[in-house]
Design a protein around this ligand. Structure first.
Ligand code: NAD
Length: 441
């Protein structure tokens, strides 16, 4: 199967997921054709609509989703997002990314994802609590410690996870329900290290990638100029950890805009400013830039850590970074992916780069099931091992695919990307288990 050099651009995240998947398929030696549809499409999609009492005495109906994409390797696993733009297509794509992520980093999970279309910035804490509790009640037994396990995502946090646990626990008395959700507060079964796990994992992955010599003339983070889009859980923590590891943070942004300073921004001071004012914008000794300018800022490493489809056909040609670390899920469209490949920009794909979050979620789940509490050294050591292994597996597969490409494999005109390599690894691992378990009946 040969692919056109560039797919047609779509801003539908599931179309992009499918384009990524189809491209990876062109690198697979053999696969049972009949299972392809099963591997790309969600196993189950739930829509729930539910009314909630608002603070002003009105009633509002909300639309929530939970997609279980695949569970052949274990229960579904994936975050819950609160955002006005949440759609079935977006949640399905994010669930597919989770299936591939848990496979490439080799966790005994499948993929799931959920969301409620709402604007948390306009909702009070008690409205968010009522939305969360009612959403969990509507999901009923479709989530559970051994079926489908939620976690935090955009605009949900440890408090949201505490409400999810509490609601599920009230509905299932008399048993240990802690493992129904991860990313909980430490006091109720959360794991040390979970909050910064996504960013810490991305740091370890980046360091290993550089050590493997994949980015020409960049063997270490020392002195690397880094721009970060999104200053939430993942982005702000990544900025701090990359800075601590020797990088210089030259630009950051959030939903209200961006700031830059070529001498370096202090990530902690930027976070303090954001906590105080609600945005990174207006930080003393920084220059304001737009989010569009941030993505094409003169830097060595670009870390998109906000939302999907941020780098597209129109700005991919202008990206100046030599390395993109996808801390967000799906920040590049499939077309942008191809453009940056043609421009020799290396992309560490989301399913590897941000997998630290689900890795420590897995550790939390194991601790909950065994009534254990690990210390930070153990969590950190095990996280680092998983991340290094995922990067090594990806780079090794990429090297092998490059060799096949030089031999003319499948007539592919363009060589493999690290994303192709990671997806080939994931798809093969899942397909193997489908066939080992065998098709019932
Ligand atoms: P978050 O809600 O904590 O932060 C999101 C940040 O993005 C906020 O600073 C917000 O202001 C900013 N933002 C929103 N729209 C923006 C825009 N148009 N331009 C620039 N910035 C914008 O969310 P998070 O948990 O940090 O997640 C961010 C990304 O990382 C998402 O793609 C998420 O799926 C991915 N991710 C998160 C985790 C995790 O453990 N939190 C794990 C894996 C992947």
């Amino acid at each position: 199967m040969d692919m056109p050099t560039r797919p047609t651009e779509s801003l539908d995240l599931f179309v992009n997921a499918r384009q990524q998947f189809n491209q990876a398929l062109t690198w697979i030696e053999s696969i049972k054709v009949g299972i392809i549809d099963y591997l790309i499409n969600p196993k189950r999609t739930l829509h729930v609509r539910f009314p909630v009492n608002m603070d002003d005495g009105s009633i509002q109906t909300f639309h929530g989703f939970r997609v279980l994409h695949n569970r052949v390797r274990g229960p579904g696993k994936g975050g819950i997002r609160y955002h006005p733009d949440v759609t079935e297509a977006e949640v399905s794509a994010l669930a597919a990314f989770m299936t591939w992520k848990t496979a490439v980093v080799d966790l005994p999970f499948g993929g799931g994802k959920g969301g409620v279309a709402c604007n948390p910035k306009e909702l009070s804490r008690s409205e968010l609590r009522r939305i969360t509790r009612r959403f969990v009640a509507e999901l009923g037994d479709n989530i559970g410690p051994h079926t489908d396990i939620p976690a935090p995502d955009v605009y949900t946090d440890a408090q949201t996870m505490a409400w999810i646990y509490d609601t599920f626990d009230l509905m299932h008395p008399g048993q240990n329900n802690l493992a129904v959700v991860t990313g909980k507060p430490l006091e109720i079964g959360g794991s040390v290290g979970r909050e910064e796990a996504t960013a810490r994992g991305s740091l370890y992955a980046t360091q290993q990638l550089l050590e493997r010599g994949i980015v020409p003339d960049m063997q270490a983070l020392d002195g690397a100029r880094v721009a970060v889009q999104g200053y939430g859980n993942a982005g702000a923590t990544a900025a701090r950890l990359f800075q601590e590891a020797g990088a210089r943070i030259v630009a950051v942004s959030d939903s209200r805009g961006g700031i830059c300073n070529d001498d370096g921004l202090d990530s902690e001071q930027v976070l303090a400013h954001k906590n105080e004012t609600g945005s990174v914008v207006g930080m003393p000794e920084s220059t304001a830039i737009s989010n569009d300018e941030l993505l094409v800022y003169d830097c060595d490493i670009l870390i998109p850590a906000a939302l999907e489809c941020q780098i597209r056909e129109d700005n991919a040609t202008k990206v100046k970074a030599r390395l993109i670390i996808e801390v967000a899920n799906g920040p590049l469209t499939a077309v942008a992916d191809r453009i940056v490949q043609e421009r020799n920009i290396v992309v560490l794909p989301d399913i590897v780069a941000n997998s630290g979050g689900v890795v420590v979620s897995y550790f939390e789940w194991v601790q909950n099931l065994e009534n254990q509490q690990w210390d930070i050294d153990k969590v950190d050591r095990k996280l680092r091992k998983k991340m290094l292994r995922a990067v090594d597996d990806t780079v090794d597969r990429w090297t092998a695919l490059n060799k096949r490409h030089r031999e003319g494999f499948n007539g592919n005109r363009v060589g493999p990307t690290l994303r192709d390599a990671a997806l080939v690894t994931a798809i093969e691992r899942i397909a193997t288990v489908v066939l080992q378990r065998d098709i019932w009946p």
